[in-house]
Unconditional design. Structure first.
Length: 339
């Protein structure tokens, strides 16, 4: 098997409008295992070869997410044994920048670029040096903490005495992300009890319903709730569904009640992308109410404010979790007492 040069394709992964990631966890570590390949083997004034048989490679890495679309990643990679007239063992210590964009709710694409220090060992000699490395791949998230990658990485110009060659690694990685356990709690229960209470006194609403006067008008109190969403997702969680209970009961009890759904995001990623995604969240919520509870969409107004109306700081994990929400509001209105 030969691993072909594919670095030009990495440029296709870089987008100016859709940078994102699937986890708020700051740190991650991983293990990768795959195949190595060697190309452009040359000896000064001697033999040369365009490719040499593939070998086993792999390693360990540790990374830190500075922002949602950029991480700094370092690690050790065993680049296998190159077999010429003798076996040459290849080792690399690398430090790269990792640039990420979101492809789907669970899938990220990324490119990496940086430098590596290498050590090559053979029976007759050994060598070391520094050079450039780059790569690209895809990462699938099973949940906030565990993901897997398929990635390719290129290592430029390793040497041993008068010989030099390029190394390539195609590997599968298992990654564990950690660093912000409080974020889950913030998403699961961002609503305090006071937010679920009607803006006007409950007792007033009860007394109004009890009135039996034929032409008496009564005022129906408003309902308001903030529905939290996981990072990079427009899919409702079980907790989010439970938060909607008072609004659903209100809409079913009062067919004349209207509903306004306004989506919001945190400040991660470009503002244009966040604006579009905030509308997507609000629309997903409207579709859920329509399909699961037969609430007519004509009663609902959907909009989005992107990152422009935060309710908490975007400088912390907990604050960003609170800002990823849909504001659900059913305004008060008047109706006939006997209706």
């Amino acid at each position: 098997m030969k691993i072909k040069h594919a670095l030009p394709l990495a440029a296709l992964l870089v987008s100016s409008t859709a940078f994102a990631a699937h986890t708020d966890n700051d740190w991650y570590t991983g293990l990768r295992l795959g195949a190595t390949d060697y190309t452009d083997y040359k000896i000064s004034g001697g033999e040369s070869s365009s490719a040499i048989d593939a070998n086993i490679g792999g390693g360990l890495f540790l990374g830190y997410n500075f922002v949602d679309w950029f991480a700094l990643e370092g690690g050790y990679t065993y680049l296998g044994e190159l077999e010429t007239s003798e076996k040459i063992t290849n080792h690399a210590l690398e430090l790269v920048g990792k640039f990420t964009l979101q492809a789907t709710d669970n899938l990220d694409l990324f490119v990496k670029a940086g430098a590596f220090g290498y050590k090559t060992d053979a029976d007759s000699a050994n060598d070391d040096g520094f050079n450039a490395t780059a790569g690209f791949g895809a990462e699938y998230f099973f949940n906030d903490n565990v993901s897997t990658r398929l990635e390719y990485q290129y290592y430029n110009n390793l040497t041993l005495d008068e010989a030099k060659w390029d190394a390539h690694l195609l590997a599968v990685s298992l990654v564990y992300n950690w660093g912000s356990p409080a974020a889950i709690a913030a998403v699961a229960a961002p609503i305090v009890a006071s937010q679920l209470v009607a803006e006007e006194p409950v007792q007033e609403k009860v007394e109004a319903v009890k009135e039996k006067v034929q032409d008496k008008m009564m005022k129906i109190a408003s309902e308001k709730v903030q529905v939290a969403f996981p990072f990079g997702s427009s899919v409702l969680s079980e907790e989010s569904m439970q938060q909607l209970t008072p609004v659903i009961e209100h809409l079913k009890a009062y067919p004349d009640a209207k509903l306004f759904l306004v989506g919001h995001t945190d400040a991660s990623g470009p503002a244009e992308y966040n604006q579009t995604f905030s509308v997507k969240r609000a629309d997903a919520l409207a579709t859920y109410l329509s399909e699961e509870f037969s609430i007519d969409k004509s009663r609902m107004t959907v909009s989005g404010e992107g990152e422009s109306m935060p309710i908490a700081t975007n400088d912390t994990t907990e604050g960003r979790a609170m800002n990823r929400r849909v504001s659900v509001f059913s305004p008060s209105f008047e109706m006939m007492a006997n209706k």
